[in-house]
Design a protein around this ligand. Sequence first.
Ligand SMILES: N[C@@H](CCC(=O)N[C@@H](CSCO)C(=O)NCC(=O)O)C(=O)O
Ligand SMILES: [Zn+2]
Ligand SMILES: [Zn+2]
Length: 191
Amino acid sequence: MAPSIHPLIDNGITRGDPNFPGGTLHCHCPSNQVVIALKSNIAHNHACGCSKCWKPKGALFSIVGVIPRDNLSVQANEAKLAIIDSSAVIQRYACRDCGVHLFGRIEKAHPFHGLDFVHAELSGQKGWQEPQFAGFVSSIIEQGFNPKGMDEVRAKFKSAGLETYDALSPPLMDLIATFTAQKAGVKFANL
Ligand SMILES: N[C@@H](CCC(=O)N[C@@H](CSCO)C(=O)NCC(=O)O)C(=O)O
Ligand SMILES: [Zn+2]
Ligand SMILES: [Zn+2]
């Protein structure tokens, strides 16, 4: 059987609602769920193949997007949250009981500082921005995926209408490079 990329990609992508106002995310615990309130839609939503992002069971990829950190608040059971790897750039807060990642936050100087990483599939509401691209695709090999299957994985993304990258999308890579250049005092050439 062909591997599951992610349930939100496998059977075709459902478009979000550009006017979607936000909603709540819930962890997978049967009771005393951690609840996160998001005051807007997400942006740059993407499939991520890296080893650090939370994936649902059986999926090769995570689906993760960003939201301004001021638009995110913990509504219930904050005490169950713990940072899973404090040495990572993105501090991912997971539920201690079910392991789901509720949000990831960057505290250091970084091009994405001010943006939190979230998984809209943890919401019961519909209308969140649909995945825009697939990033860190080759990273699934580091987690044991057979390199011989990569053509099939990339073809699946293409047939769902998503570009694949082995880092992030060009606009996000440009943001990272701009930040790096500015930090180093590089002056941009005129066009
Ligand atoms: N091959 C590595 C890549 C890990 C990685 O760099 N992940 C990216 C994307 S996460 C969401 O887009 C990243 O920015 N990570 C920063 C962090 O996780 O703190 C692997 O697979 O582990
Ligand atoms: Zn939980
Ligand atoms: Zn990732």
